[in-house]
Design a binder for this molecule. Structure first.
Ligand SMILES: [Zn+2]
Ligand SMILES: [Zn+2]
Length: 372
């Protein structure tokens, strides 16, 4: 098979930079660790930079600047702008513009990281190849009013270089043993950390549009992935996020692993953040019920077309399941319209019943049982 690369469209600056970072991260950093080992200071600095830059992307670039899911005081904005730049993922203004287009045109041509162009394109291809003409920054007018955002937009490469790569080397020199420590600071807290944080962000655009559950909607390819949430400070709950993008939480359930939502909540308690936006539990549950009903309809159509020995019995069970789902959906919808103050217990019951019905649905799909 002939591999054709459109060289005329390659963004050479991005490509060479990502190539150097990747080679240093997978070859030079392990060689350094093999020869010099990891001391406590380097490990601490690596952890600090991973958390500071990773969360500046999730909490700052994404939930604060892209989706305005809460308001933040200037120290939070300044911190996330400085350390967000150190992730080498472009200025906040550019990042937000791309991301807002991703939400507006998900899975379509104007989506910068459109998964329908393939996993590689959504992951990194869109950074390596230029789309001509370059789309205008016409969807970030609100952010242009923030002087801190505009300052970072002007200096983001310089900030990234000085704070993201040179500073770890300087700190390594003074606190981790001279020139060896400087090299360690540069390679481990600088280069290896940039590689890890970037790849985790990229996987949200690729993996979370490919593998995972879709409990809230199948309108687009976005999926929930608990595993990805572990590596991205809670951004893995991407199906929920695409359905309710202005919610400051991505992991909406209390048990979901979402350190970014916890950090925003803590910031609000110490007066650094306010106006946290959250979707009411009733609306979230309604979306889950609608999705369960849609799945039941699909399964019913599949059963009708099958020649399974107990097809008629399964169709009958499926019809009663759909009836119950519809009744619950309409009851909840009516309660919301009438502004009835629903107790947590009532919502829990509806939620549990929806989950039980989904379990029955999977049992029928797998041909394991026919519910009574
Ligand atoms: Zn997405
Ligand atoms: Zn988003």
């Amino acid at each position: 098979m002939k591999l054709s690369i459109p060289f005329e469209r390659v963004d050479w600056i991005n490509t060479v930079f990502l190539l150097i970072i990747s080679l240093l991260a997978v070859i030079a950093a392990p060689i350094y660790l093999w020869n010099h080992g990891m001391n406590g200071f380097l490990a601490g600095m690596f952890a600090f930079y991973c958390i500071a830059t990773g969360m500046s992307i999730t909490l700052g670039y994404h939930r604060l600047f892209s989706h305005l899911s809460f308001k933040a005081k200037w120290p939070v904005r300044l911190f996330t702008l400085v350390f967000g730049a150190c992730a080498f993922e472009n200025s906040a203004l550019n990042w937000v513009s791309d991301h807002r287009r991703h939400h507006k045109h998900t899975d379509h041509d104007d989506d910068p990281y459109d998964i329908s162009k393939g996993f590689f394109w959504a992951h990194i291809g869109w950074i390596l190849f230029k789309v001509r003409p370059e789309p205008p920054l016409d969807n970030v007018q609100d952010l242009r009013k923030d002087p801190l955002v505009m300052w970072q937009h002007r200096w983001d490469k310089m900030i990234a270089l000085v704070v993201g790569l040179i500073l770890p080397a300087v700190l390594g020199y003074f606190f981790a043993g001279g020139w060896n420590g400087a090299l360690g600071g540069f390679l481990i807290a600088g280069v290896l950390r940039v590689f890890c944080v970037q790849q985790c962000t990229f996987f949200i655009n690729s993996l979370c549009h490919t593998i995972g559950r879709q409990p809230y909607s199948t309108r687009c390819s976005a999926r929930d992935s608990f595993v990805m949430s572990l590596f991205t400070f809670g951004e893995g709950y991407h199906n929920y996020h695409h359905e309710f993008q202005h919610d400051y939480r991505n992991g909406v359930k209390p048990w979901n692993f979402d350190p970014t939502k916890w950090a925003i909540w803590v910031l609000s308690k110490i007066g650094m953040a306010s106006d946290l936006r959250r979707v009411p539990d009733t609306k979230v549950l309604l979306a889950e019920m609608a999705e369960a009903r849609r799945r039941a309809d699909v399964e019913l159509a599949r059963l009708h077309a099958s020649d399974h020995p107990w097809r008629d019995k399964a169709v009958e069970s499926m019809n009663s399941l759909i009836e119950r789902l519809s009744a619950n959906y309409h009851d909840l919808e009516k309660a919301m319209a009438d502004r009835v103050d629903l107790s947590r217990k009532a919502l829990r019951n509806w939620s549990r019943e929806t989950k039980e019905m989904l379990d029955h649905l999977s049992a029928i799909r797998r041909g394991r049982s026919v519910p009574a």
